[in-house]
Design a binder for this molecule. Structure first.
Ligand code: MG
Length: 157
């Protein structure tokens, strides 16, 4: 078995779409970035790559390459998971935490889990998505940014 961890941060910007785990969340602010800046999916991809010591998403999808401009992170996740499979592993489970002050994500969590389970062709109970705030502390607390962490466990195919 292999374990992997991922972390990502994006600045929040007025007028950007807020797409988290492939689900569009109604919000005046959205994560800024080169791709759709789906922060939890970026953390999840880094966890998958990290579990197999395959580098990070910056190496696989360099922001300097215009090919990835406005890319759907869900599509990138499919590519990363194909790589995991081609290396002989599959996902046991993933646990993701999103840190965002506002809006509250509670009502969107189930949809996010479903989207990730569908993308990775895995059972819903293998995908955990949690959300928290940081009590108005720091860059997530003052609303200038969003962060996410992900942990995955992989087993040999
Ligand atoms: Mg990112």
């Amino acid at each position: 078995m292999r374990i992997g961890h991922g972390y990502d941060v994006h600045r929040l910007k007025q007028g950007r779409k807020c797409i988290l785990c492939g689900v569009e969340i109604p919000s005046e602010l959205g994560p800024d970035g080169h791709s759709d800046a789906d922060v939890p999916v970026h953390a999840l991809m880094d966890a998958l790559l990290g579990a197999l010591a395959l580098g990070d998403i910056g190496a696989h999808f360099p922001p300097s390459d215009n090919k990835w401009k406005d890319a759907s992170s869900i599509e990138l996740l499919k590519t990363v998971y194909k790589l995991v499979k081609s290396n002989g592993y599959s996902l046991v489970n993933a646990d993701i935490t999103i840190v965002l002050e506002s809006p509250r994500l509670f009502e969107h969590i189930q949809k996010m889990r479903e989207k990730l389970a569908e993308t990775l062709k895995t059972d819903l109970n293998a995908i955990s998505v949690k959300a928290t705030t940081e009590e108005k502390l720091g860059f997530t607390g003052d609303g200038s940014g969003i962060s996410a962490t992900a942990v995955v466990l992989l087993e040999p195919l």
